[in-house]
Design a protein around this ligand. Structure first.
Ligand SMILES: *Cc1c(COP(=O)(O)O)cnc(C)c1O
Length: 354
């Protein structure tokens, strides 16, 4: 596919890596491409970063027709830039698109787009410990009409943002509140799709948890409020005795690429790993009798985030003395080692940008 590149006439100054934060600074260019149901995809272009102009009736503004992805480009010690399992993000984006009746992008095209765009912006990949270039592909329905139906027009965009280290002061275990009122998603809904609407629906619980001093909520299933689903915008895993348990992908859980990678690393290492239903009662019992040894969230932003405290119906439980556990640390070291090219990628997960 042909990608037209229009370079910005002046380039921005690169920020100091200590001032990065998350998603506040954007690079010089963005990728855009248009779709309509007669012509398919067209006009693939890399253009100077700028505001997007939308018709006030644009579908996305009224009916939430939007999906997104999140992945990172990492600067290796040898100076090269690499991506981590980008094909998995592309496949997931296409599954999200299918759920929301947005158009899919052929895998080879989507990968070529990503590689070309990162190639153009790779100088923006910071090199300080733990920093990376966050990539945010997203797609939205863009009909100029208020009629409710699957869209005839859509726009695909990729923006990029250099981001700081998630753990500036070492890995601090987080406090999580189990949410028993709001739900994030239900089976048959959009839980497995990475769509903005899921986030809009989860903000209220997140805000309430924050007001009580918790960093995120742990979601329960939407039907019985009984089974563990995921935590905030991360998947969740528990070490109960010798077994590592993570909720199975039932349709209402986002199939995380970090989740998938953790499971593969753990299996290769010989751990007993189960994807199954895990009820709040079973978790409560494991907390009471001390067999819950470790708990952690996993996602692209933090890689793994140890959980030091869980609160359920105002009862507080401390996990592993509020410290990071051995398995959590092992996963962190292995995944970040592969991502930043510090250890050998025996899984073949990385893709280097030329
Ligand atoms: C993106 C996301 C995750 C984590 O997925 P990764 O591919 O590991 O980054 C987990 N839960 C939700 C709700 C998400 O949006």
């Amino acid at each position: 596919m042909e990608i037209k590149i229009t370079k910005a006439s002046t380039l921005k100054e690169k920020p100091d890596s200590s001032a990065l934060g998350f998603g506040k600074i954007f690079t010089d260019h963005m990728f855009m491409m248009d779709w309509n149901d007669e012509k398919g995809w067209s006009n693939a272009r890399i253009v100077p970063f700028e505001n997007i102009s939308l018709h006030p009736a644009s579908t996305v503004l009224h009916y939430g027709s939007e999906i997104f992805e999140g992945l990172k480009a990492y600067r290796r010690k040898d100076g090269k830039v690499q991506l981590f399992r980008p094909i998995e993000n592309i496949r997931r984006m296409n599954r999200s698109a299918e759920r929301l009746c947005l158009p899919q992008i052929p895998e080879e095209d989507a990968l070529q787009i990503l590689k070309t765009f990162v190639g153009v912006e790779q100088d923006w990949t910071p090199s300080a410990e733990g920093t990376s270039l966050y990539l945010r592909p997203f797609m939205f329905g863009n009909d100029e009409s208020l009629g409710v139906h699957a869209v005839h027009n859509a726009t695909y965009v990729i923006i990029a943002s250099p981001v700081g280290s998630y753990y500036k002061e070492g890995i601090n275990p987080v406090k999580i509140m189990i949410e028993d009122e709001d739900v994030r998603a239900v089976r048959g809904g959009t839980g497995y799709a990475k769509c903005g609407g899921n986030y809009a629906a989860s903000n209220r619980a997140g805000q309430r948890a924050e007001q009580k001093g918790y960093s995120q909520v742990l979601w329960l299933d939407g039907v019985e409020r009984k089974y563990i689903e995921e935590v905030g915008a991360m998947n969740v895993m528990f070490k109960i005795g010798d077994e590592i348990v993570t909720p199975m992908l039932s349709g209402s859980i986002l199939p995380g690429i970090t989740r998938m990678s953790c499971l593969e690393v753990l299996k290769k290492q010989g751990y007993k790993v189960s994807e199954r239903l895990l009820s709040i009662d079973e978790l409560g019992e494991a907390l009471e009798n001390g067999t819950l040894e470790e708990a952690w969230g996993c996602g692209t932003a933090a890689v793994v985030s140890p959980i030091g405290e869980l609160c359920y119906k105002d009862v507080k439980y401390t996990i592993n003395n509020g410290e990071i556990g051995k398995v959590t640390q092992y996963l962190y070291d292995t995944l970040t080692g592969i991502q930043w090219g510090k250890i050998e990628d025996s899984f073949g997960w990385t893709l280097s940008i030329e």
